[in-house]
Design a protein around this ligand. Structure first.
Ligand SMILES: [Fe+2]
Length: 236
């Protein structure tokens, strides 16, 4: 399926955004990269933000592991959720979906809190601040950070675009309606599975009372926006 020309929301350049479909990169099983730190988006001049994000995710995440397939699933859900955000933010949404879990990569693990480790790496390697903020705060990360004693560290990314508004909501929806193996799931099923997997007394369980309502609210707002989207908003 052919790509389509779009205007980059970050640089004003005209680029080509991959279209979803059987031959799209997100459905391919990726090759392992020998250069996991080679993720500076400035090294790929001319490539769209989404293409660069996809490339970095392939470099950093084990292509044989569930994390990769979860990430590919979230990117696919983000493509579906594009109609819930303004056109100029759609490329950022899909790029952030590809990048949201790169902090799990062993090469980036510093604090062990993947939103923070991922956002620090993306800022260090020159990604747009909007993408960095979305990764730092995805899926209620601020609630988990408080439990972990990393609230002040996460405040390095004190940008409300990361946790409020249609764009942040759509990323939460994409992440929290995708199973750890990359399959579509409901939000409540996803929250319950994660809590059970981490266990009672875990940081995730301790953050649940504040995090879960925020996740549900973001997902519900995205679904309302999708239900109200006009046909021309979803045709591509
Ligand atoms: Fe995720």
């Amino acid at each position: 399926m052919a790509g389509r020309a779009v205007a980059s929301s970050t640089r004003g350049e005209t680029t080509t955004e991959p279209s979803p479909g059987p031959s799209a990169p997100l459905l391919e099983r990726p090759r392992r990269s020998a250069h996991p730190r080679c993720s500076d988006p400035r090294a790929a001049v001319g490539a769209s933000l989404v293409e660069r994000a996809h490339r970095v995710a392939r470099q950093l995440l084990d292509p044989a592991g569930d994390r990769w397939w979860h990430t590919a699933g979230v990117a696919g859900r983000a493509l579906h959720a594009r109609a819930a955000v303004p056109p100029e933010q759609r490329e950022v949404l899909v790029a952030a979906a590809w990048l949201h879990d790169v902090g799990y990569a062993p090469a980036l693990a510093a604090t062990g809190f993947h939103p923070l480790d991922g956002a620090r790496h993306l800022r260090e390697t020159g990604w747009p601040e909007e993408v960095v903020a979305l990764v730092a705060h995805h899926s209620g990360a601020r609630f988990l950070a408080e439990v972990k004693g990393l609230g002040s560290a996460l405040s390095e990314f004190d940008d409300p675009r990361g946790w409020e508004g249609p764009l942040a909501d759509a990323l939460v929806w994409a992440d929290q309606t995708t199973s750890p193996q990359g399959h579509p799931v409901g939000v409540d099923e996803r929250l319950a599975e994660a809590r059970a997997r981490h266990g009672e007394g875990s940081d995730l369980a301790l953050a649940h009372a504040l995090r879960a309502p925020a996740v549900r609210a973001a997902a519900a707002a995205t679904e309302r926006r999708l239900a109200l989207a006009l046909p021309f908003d979803v045709r591509d």
